[in-house]
Design a protein around this ligand. Sequence first.
Ligand code: MEV
Length: 317
Amino acid sequence: MIKTRCSTGKSHGKIILMGEHAVVHGEPSIALPFPAVEMTATVCESEGPLTIDCSYYNGIAAEMPEILESMRTAIQSALAELQVSDENLAISLASTIPAERGMGSSAAVSVALTRALFAYFDKPLDQATLLRLVNISEMVAHGNPSGLDAATASGEAPLFYIKGQPFEAFPLNLKAYMIVGDTGVTGQTKEAVASIATKLNGKNPQPYRDAITRLGSFAQTAKSALEANDPQQLGLLMNRAHEVLSFLEVSSPDLDRLISAARSAGALGAKLTGGGRGGCMIALAATRSEAEKVEEAIRQAGAIRTWIYLMGGTEDV
Ligand SMILES: C[C@@](O)(CCO)CC(=O)[O-]
């Protein structure tokens, strides 16, 4: 039996702890890798035109629906960089990252695909090249990506990031639990990013500029709270960030419902995460039993999926 040559590339989800949207406008942000959900791309030798097999589509790449345009761009960018044609390849994607829920699925697809294609053609891929290539497809997905999603979906460390500056990896020492809840509603990152840009370029931009600056200052203070192992302070900052994100009109009734359920169940703080207008929310709790109470409350409030993530330290906090 002839064995087909295949290579794989992997990536994972991401959670933005602080600074979503503000990061697009040059303010600080903090994002965490979220390995509880992951993506694997497999590239195999095949005959004929390039084919794609993923949850949205199975067939010839040239006939992919428009919704997969950023995926097509990721493949084309990697193949152009590798200087190879797209013939005789079959690409498949397997993912547990919910699509369009603020967990960085579009960046994760591009990261996994780029890694798999470079592995297949036996070419080394440094992080700078990976991020440059992924940024091309993220422009299609998000319009004006900060680069935070791609860096977090491809790396192992929590990141502090200001656009245009190097990513700063830092250890997560906070002894606390993060609860993640999926509203089940598709987020609208591209639209949310565009609507904030419209506000900032409109007739009365000052309140929106102030809001973006406040989000950035919360991210900066949150970094100190993480370093000082101060979950109370971080929770407070999360609540305040959610208020500002609501003012910027990137929350939604579903997100707000889960967030208030989390707070009523004793969460130290809660906010939306990622692009917003749907997607996921996060909440913070000091112990596992408190986290479980919060998880139960957000499930009761309608979360279709939840995760509990130990942020740092050991289980017996
Ligand atoms: C909303 C945003 O800040 C995060 C989306 O996951 C956009 C970006 O950083 O590119």
